[in-house]
Design a protein around this ligand. Structure first.
Ligand code: GDG
Length: 475
């Protein structure tokens, strides 16, 4: 069977789980990628290639909720070298402003190359003639070129969900040229922000020596590659509908009651990742209590830390650090039945997320660097009464659009304290003014618009080897 659209991502949109009767089954995995890609998949005759989690399992393609999913097999060595190693130990910190120190290991690179080659071969096998292939994220940056070598007829798009670093940082990579050439296999390379696209173009000019003009790269074989920004978004209407449902309203009230009905609730929801700035944010909040600006009778901070990359050493260390900090803050500042921080290390269904968003007065999103940050957008989508405050890091991609948030520098603890306090004390009128403007933005640019924008730019690319999707326009 061959497909008109092949989506290639590191992970499939489902996780392999054990069902209560002991047999293996699938559960929809949480996260932005799934809700973003689903509408595109449904509009096309498409299939999705990715790793289902787990090791050494050869699984056949299968249908899930109307989508055809094609599982890739990964060995323990692949996971160590490609996923935990080069993707999350080298690229992730390097692309996030060196928030942690990236490690460079030649074995990791070899594994990254091998896994990328296998993904490319699988996509080549599944795509019908002149099909479109959409490759996602930093784990698969070599796939565009590898795939083009196998199948020059294809139309290839690549989208990077995380930031693309400035040349000064990217240059550290021993394999910088290979990665740039890998991406140049695509017809269209999409980024979250215009600055990332510019970083890429500049690097291609400097390091690979191709001619560039504005957002275009001219390759010696006559192809052109476009690099542009497509800020990702969320299913805004879906989140709003969930937040307005009676079940979610009831649950939101239940959570508030369980917290002891404080005057205001602060909320943080993040994957437990060192880029997200959880530690500094909790410190800032605790200092407001220590300084006497807030009282645990009036305010509580609910921090949800979703388990992530638990096999990677740095993530285990981070978890311990946050455990210790929360313990210390609650030990020092809490009272019986009134912890300063209500900390949960767990993941939740979408309905529970919506209830949390609906219940919280102040959403605190303070990453040191983030491609976009969908949590910030989801909070805004759920505030259907135009209330609630968003405190947002300037270094999250979302800050480009959500200008009416309380924008903070996450490295500046005093600045964060001031913003948290301002958001806490803000008058209703002020909250409404800000939230209304942000809701308008989110509604206008939802995830469907994002996916359509990317696909339509991709189908406009006209290159010598691939046939145009639509009949060529007469000039
Ligand atoms: C990367 C980039 C970029 C989280 N916990 C649960 C849950 N989630 C959902 C959220 C949200 C998504 O996962 C997380 O997205 P973020 O954007 O906040 O962060 P990353 O995971 O780092 O995502 C990021 C994104 O890709 C998309 O391009 O914005 O910058 O780093 O949708 O709601 N969902 C459920 N239960 C949970 O416990 N159901």
């Amino acid at each position: 069977m061959a497909w008109d659209l092949v989506v290639v991502a590191n992970r499939l949109p489902v996780d392999r789980v054990q069902l209560p009767d002991g047999t293996a089954g699938w559960r929809r995995s949480p996260g932005g990628l799934v809700s973003a890609i689903e509408p595109v998949m449904r509009a096309h005759d498409g299939c999705w290639v990715g790793w289902p989690g787990g090791t050494d399992q050869d699984l056949e393609p299968f249908e899930d909720d109307g989508m055809t999913l094609v599982p890739m097999t990964m060995t323990r060595d692949d996971i160590e070298g490609h996923y935990e190693g080069f993707s999350n130990g080298t690229l992730w910190p390097l692309y996030h402003d060196l928030v942690a120190k990236p490690e460079f290991h030649r074995e990791w690179w070899d594994s990254y190359t091998q896994v990328n080659q296998r993904f490319a071969e699988k996509a080549a096998e599944l795509a019908e003639e002149n099909a479109t292939v959409w490759i996602h994220d930093y784990q698969l940056q070599l796939v565009p070129r590898m795939l083009r070598e196998l199948r020059p007829d294809l139309r290839i798009g690549f989208y990077l969900h995380i930031p693309f670093p400035p040349a000064e940082l990217f240059q550290q990579l021993p394999w910088r040229r290979q990665l740039l050439e890998g991406l140049l296999g695509a017809d269209l390379v999409g980024f979250q922000l215009p600055g990332a696209a510019q970083n890429f173009i500049r690097l291609v000019r400097q390091r690979v020596g191709h001619k560039t003009h504005r957002d275009l790269v001219y390759l010696p074989d006559g192809r052109t590659v476009r690099a542009a920004a497509f800020p990702i978004s969320i299913d805004a209407a879906g989140f709003e509908a969930l937040a307005t449902s009676p079940a979610v309203a009831e649950r939101a009230q239940e959570i508030r009651d369980a917290l002891g009905s404080p005057r205001k609730v602060f909320l943080g929801i993040d994957r437990l990742d060192y880029t997200k700035g959880i530690y500094a944010r909790l410190r800032a909040f605790s200092e407001l209590i220590k300084d006497g600006h807030l009282d645990v009778e009036d305010a509580v901070f609910v921090q949800i830390a979703v388990p992530s990359r638990e096999q990677v050493e740095q993530y285990r260390i981070l978890r311990d650090e946050i455990d210790r900090l929360v313990g210390r803050i609650n030990g020092d500042l809490g009272r019986i039945g009134r912890p300063a921080i209500s900390y949960l290390h767990s993941s939740y269904p979408r309905e529970e997320m919506a209830a949390l968003y609906r219940m919280a007065d102040i959403m605190v999103v303070t990453p040191y660097r983030d491609g976009m940050n969908l949590v910030a957008k989801e909070y805004v989508a759920c505030r259907f009464e135009d209330d609630g405050a968003l405190v947002l890091s300037e270094f999250a991609g979302a800050a480009d659009e959500l200008r009416q948030a309380w924008l903070v520098n996450p490295y500046d603890i005093n600045g964060m304290k001031a913003a948290l306090l301002e958001a806490y004390q803000a008058e209703d009128k002020e909250l409404t003014r800000r939230m209304k403007a942000m809701r308008k933005t989110i509604k206008q640019h939802d995830v469907v618009a994002w996916a359509q924008g990317f696909m339509s730019e991709l189908s406009d690319v006209r290159n010598p080897h691939s046939k145009p999707v639509r009949p060529a326009r007469r000039s």
